[in-house]
Write a protein that binds this ligand. Sequence first.
Ligand SMILES: CC(C)(COP(=O)(O)OP(=O)(O)OC[C@H]1O[C@@H](n2cnc3c(N)ncnc32)[C@H](O)[C@@H]1OP(=O)(O)O)[C@@H](O)C(=O)NCCC(=O)NCCS
Length: 244
Amino acid sequence: MSDSRPIVDLWIWQLETTDRSGHAPPPDIRMETLSHEERQRAGRFVHARDRDRYVRAHIGMRVVLSQYDFMEPASLAFRYGPAGKPFLARPDAPRFNLSHSGSLAALAVSRALEPGLDIEIARDASRAVASVLSVEEKAELDRLPPEKRADAFARAWTRKEAVVKALGTGFETSPEEIVVGVSPDRVTPLVRAPAAFAPFERWRIECFPCGASVIAAIAAAAPDYRIVRRTPPWRNRSDLPPMS
Ligand SMILES: CC(C)(COP(=O)(O)OP(=O)(O)OC[C@H]1O[C@@H](n2cnc3c(N)ncnc32)[C@H](O)[C@@H]1OP(=O)(O)O)[C@@H](O)C(=O)NCCC(=O)NCCS
């Protein structure tokens, strides 16, 4: 039986050439591939490592998106939503969302829906609990054994970011008002949020581990969809981190 659910393509790549994990970064880069604005942003980074990661994230994004649009990576034109969410300028182009954390970048692309994507390197963020979790999420977290709390918090954080990034509003909404839960379930609903996110029952949030210490979430205001892992075009072998 054929699967008619909308598809979200998920592309993941490395941002460090020195990485030994085997997840290759985009091929060597020509700054001319980037727009004037992207080159200006790259030039503002204080540390060369951060600049190089930014450049590899954007070159990778352009190379992947050019495959959908049958254009040269350098020819892609972007426009931006009110809070900075980028879109391809062509009206019938696929929708996408980029996320980068540490030395990893990920890109969600869909022809059917508007994806939000967040990847985070797991770290101790316990000091942020009070400003990120709702009252019921904090209570849920407190009921967990201490050793499970860091992962649970990372899941909630990543889900919230993915929801906000799907809508494109940025954090003008306080994270505590976006209630997604801390459960380890792979698929979760949007429990509650401000009116801009309505109707909440349409949302589907899918959260998954994405290699060692990395957590990822995709969110969309669509009741069902299927995430398909894709191999970036500059890879010659399928060595993506496991997605269990
Ligand atoms: C949009 C936002 C949510 C991205 O957060 P982030 O986790 O720092 O960054 P990510 O790596 O996941 O995403 C960055 C990419 O998202 C895209 N983006 C930019 N603005 C966006 C927006 N308003 N909506 C969706 N995507 C956006 C861009 O492609 C950007 O890449 P670039 O910076 O290389 O151009 C950020 O602007 C923001 O408001 N952060 C607040 C963080 C916060 O308070 N978190 C609380 C935890 S719940």
